[in-house]
Design a protein around this ligand. Sequence first.
Ligand code: CP
Length: 291
Amino acid sequence: MSLSGSHLIDLKKFNYQYLLNFFKKVDSFKAKAINKNACMLFLEPSTRTQLSFDLAFRDNGIIPVVFPENSSLKKGESLLDTLLNLESMGFSMFVIRHGYRVESLLEISKKIQTPIINAGEGTTGHPTQALLDAYTIYKNSSNFKKEKILFVGDIVHSRVVSSNVELLKKIGIEYAFCGPESFLPKSNSKKFSDFNEGLEWATTVMCLRNQFERHQDNDPEKIKKVFQRDYCLDKKRIKFFKKDGLVLHPGPFNRDVEIASDILSDKRIKIFEQVTYGRKIRATLIKSILG
Ligand code: CP
């Protein structure tokens, strides 16, 4: 199996063996100049993903073009027609983040030859985030396949969880969800309403951002207060967690809502290590796709 020339919309190709081979490539990745170009279309805010992709392209000898904010999308041109035009200009790759557009990246990718990397799509998926999360666990875990991952927080709005679950199912790693009822999916996945119980079960905890901007029907201040009281990982709660456990957060994190500021220096917290690996994962992926 090869990623050469393919889209990355989801993680279907990443079975366990492929993931391990990919991680080996990440370990040995060395920047090298190649004669390609790329366009990054971030139609939703981003710091980590956009800038790490930017650096990852440069690590591959490519200076990416940032899609203009004042583009003809504002005149009503569809994303598909935009990409068909950019494809005609000769771009070698597209990196796309978007929110709730009518056109899904999966549908668009069937009509575009140029490889597309999904850099976060609505609540559907964020595959490169899941890869860097898995890599962070892989690098820090003594038994990767025996990990038990607890996702805490705004599960229903999380594209990070969607892609992580897609990958974890393929590898066969156990996972569970934790949070207030309105944040949890209706599926029959393992769930904890009590955070302390979840912490005792888990070997890795992934805290998630409260996506206040997506809770349109609810009062964000009320949600925040309840969340801070019951689900903020703080000094008291982290005592329930394993001494050699891992704490991740895809970012951006709301200090003292999801994670208390005064535990950020705890050695189990790997949030900034995730960001470091994000660049390597994306650089390796670009190389794997563009050759
Ligand atoms: N984790 C993540 O996607 O962060 P950004 O939104 O800052 O890119």
